[in-house]
Design a protein around this ligand. Sequence first.
Ligand code: ZN
Length: 313
Amino acid sequence: MKAFPILGLALGLTLAGCMSTTTTVVGPDYAAASGLPRATMVRVSTSGEPAKQLFGPVKSASAQAPESFGGFSKGCLAGAAQLPETGPTWQAMRLSRNRNWGHPALIDFLERLSAKAARQPGWAGIYIGDMSQPRGGPMSSGHASHQIGLDADIWMLPPARLNLTATERENLSSISMRRAEGAYVNEKWTRQHMEVIKAAASDPAVARIFVFPGAKVQMCKDATGDRSWLRKVRPWWGHHYHFHVRLACPAGDRSCVDQAPPPPGDGCKDAEGWVDRILNPPPPDPNARPVPPKPPITLADLPSQCASVLGAR
Ligand SMILES: [Zn+2]
């Protein structure tokens, strides 16, 4: 019974917090009362609320000039454009997530890439997974990045047709390309996958592509002629059901923060290192300390323009 007055106090502080910018941290009792895991600490207040809870529910873009603010994993997007759900050479998947939004530069890129993919045997175009939320920002689930309208996931499943219904787009699954935890590609991987990724990497708007290590190593083996496009293709965890394309900040978006460019060279040695660590994992470091979970990103953590993006019509 003793816990109740304390919980009441915490809630009272929380409500009072709505009037100010005070951040109230409430503990396990509040978490339990909220149906959250008991160990969760919850920050509640106008300024301290996780930004994903503010950006996640917004259904439409801001009526502002298009601009990306901040970095790929800490930012937002003004004046987003919505990728049409179906185009001549693409379909957006999982429409219920409402993540087919991006900077107009991303929409343009996806149109270009899909037209090139459609020239590959067996590819009617591309199936496009998550892009950004209508105003960018941290996502309600999944993805640390995808926040400024310049990231898009492209499915590895070659589209056989582009007339999937909305229900089919909820239920159809992509296919994995990996074998041995990502050290190698599996038998589903084709030359066409490389050609589509090469087309994406060769586009001047693209800064980076993330794909599982075995795919990068395979492309390093198979690429002939100009290999400079391989530099942009970087090994990463996951990314065997889709590859992830990241555009560079569009010219003129002065508050958009680019990632440092990939190191010079084709990155093939680096990819072999990833594969080697998959096949021969180093022994666990006995001195490793558990990494404390990062607190959720709040509106105050984002570039100051993001408050007006959120508040705009
Ligand atoms: Zn992604």
